[in-house]
Structures are given as C-alpha cells and as structure tokens.
Design a protein around this ligand. Sequence first.
Ligand SMILES: Cc1cc2nc3c(=O)[nH]c(=O)nc-3n(C[C@H](O)[C@H](O)[C@H](O)COP(=O)(O)O)c2cc1C
Length: 317
Amino acid sequence: MSKLPPVLQNLSLPVIGSPLFIISNPKLVIEQCKAGVVGSMPALNARPAELLDEWLAEITETLAAYNKANPDKPAAPFAINQIVHKSNDRLEHDMQVCAKYKVPIIITSLGAREDVNQAVHAWGGVVLHDIINNKFAHKAIEKGADGLIAVAAGAGGHAGTKSPFALIQEIRQWFDGPLALSGSIASGGAVLAAQVMGADFGYIGSAFIATHEARASEAYKQAIVDGNSDDIVYSNLFTGVHGNYLAPSIRAAGMDPDNLPESDPSKMNFGGDAKKAWKDIWGCGQGIGSISAVTSTAELVAKLRSEYEAARARLKL
Ligand SMILES: Cc1cc2nc3c(=O)[nH]c(=O)nc-3n(C[C@H](O)[C@H](O)[C@H](O)COP(=O)(O)O)c2cc1C
C-alpha cells in the first residue's frame, strides 16, 4: 500500500467511480460519495460551460450537509475530470470554476500539463493522471501529477492494451504514490485483486452506467445488463483513439462491428462531434458480465462492498 494524501485515506471501500463522458452527473457523483467511494465526472458534461458552477455548488453543498448530518460516516471526496487536450477550448474556464470550489481531486486525461498540476496544488487539490503505459506514467509524474490511474486492457472508453499485471508491476518498480487500476473491474473481488497486485484503488466506470442515477438511455443500461466481454469491440473509428464499445450500438448505427474501418488519427476530437459519437456508439468495458440488473448507485456499491469483504474472508486477509 502506498503513502496516500489525506484526501484519499479512509475511503470505506477502495474504489474511485470513474468519469464518464455524457453519463456522469451531479446525482451520480453525490450518490457515489455518500456510498463511500470517490465520485467523479468530466467538467465537459456540464453544457453550456456556465452550468459547471451550478453543478459544483450542488455537489459541494449536498455533501457538506450530508457530512454535517453523518459525522461518523462522512462522504468520500469527489473528483472532476479535465480533458487536457488541445481540442478542449474550455479548459481555462473549467479550471477557474474548479479553483472557486477547491475541488479535492482533479483527474487529468489525454495530456499532462505542469501548469494545470500547479494550479490544482495551489488550491490544495490532488491530481491523478490517467496513463496507458509506463512511459506516460513517468511523464505524468515528472510534470507534477500526484498519482496515477493505470488504464489497462478491457477498460471502457479510451482503453489501453496492456495487461494490468504488467502495467502495475512496471509502475510499482519506481512509483510508490497513489495508484488506481482501471479496466474491467466490476466486482468487489476484482477491487481486492487490484490491491493485491499493488494498486491502491479499483477505478470503475462501466458498472456505474447500469445505475438509476447514470444519464444513459434505458436501452444502453439494459445492453450492459445483457452483455458480456464477447459484446465489446475495440476500435479507433469513433474518436480517432482506440476505445471499447458495445457491439449492439454499432449494429444499430448501421455498421458491422466485426468489420470496422480504421480511423484517421488527425481527426481526433473531443468537442461537439465526440458528443454525437458517444451518444450513439456506447462506450463500455469488458467487465460487465458481473452486472445482472440496473440498480441504484447505493445498491451497486453495497454489492461491491459485500463481494470485497467475502473475497477478503475467503483469502483470510
Ligand atoms: C461511456 C464511457 C465514457 C467515458 N468517458 C471518459 C471521460 O470523459 N474521461 C475519462 O477520463 N475517462 C472516460 N472513460 C474511461 C473511464 O473513466 C474508465 O477508465 C473506464 O471506464 C474504466 O474501465 P471500465 O469501464 O471497464 O470500468 C469513459 C468510459 C466509458 C465507458
């Protein structure tokens, strides 16, 4: 276990609910935090940009009231995800709003920037940066990130291709700071496995799509309940970066998931076009075989917790 900054200590379950483009929203974040896991959302989900201020007010005020009423069982901290890519023309605005609310954790994706890390540190926040290989992990820490999210094979959205065993092992040879593992984690046993391998947290995305609070269509949620790893397709066609998607949504868009063309990487975009692509083509990781019903976020976290405790008991940990 690594040395964790105070904000990441004392989670009641070592889980970070990962940011989900379009899908995460204040209700999901608040329920994740109340259930004892870090809740997060991309700043870009607040549209227009002015809505971010309102959303951060809602999250901070609701969690402060909850903590006042539950001093023995306070909520976990929340995180905001910033896409640090040149196509994100809102970054400066969104960082100013995050500074106003002193967001406890910033998750940066698609680029590591020293100025962003310094700004977060100036208000006392912690930066976790997501990476898909050891080289990018080194770069992120050199540029001042506090911790890493290792995005391994099988993750929803822009997944990597590395085995989690290889990735965590390589990073732990030189980095003893906060480390989350992402990719197909959707059960309490998998969270414990991530810790046994050397990570501090399981970073879970797709499982939270099948919750009442997630902003996804009922058909999308049901496809996660019905699907398993055979239904996940890895392609770079939709955003220019390789990611994992649900095959039924690709079929519904009139394409053959088994014969998708390659995309042009110069068309990589996380602006308006990306929103359209992600609405019709459903991002999803390979771990969804463990999801058998659409539930509340509180029920999902309770299930993860009991599976985690059962796995610990089985291994006498
Ligand atoms: C629909 C969808 C949207 C996502 N959007 C983002 C995003 O906006 N920013 C980000 O950093 N990661 C995003 N991700 C990646 C997740 O944060 C996380 O790495 C991944 O979901 C973990 O794998 P899992 O889905 O197998 O649990 C997205 C994933 C999915 C499935």
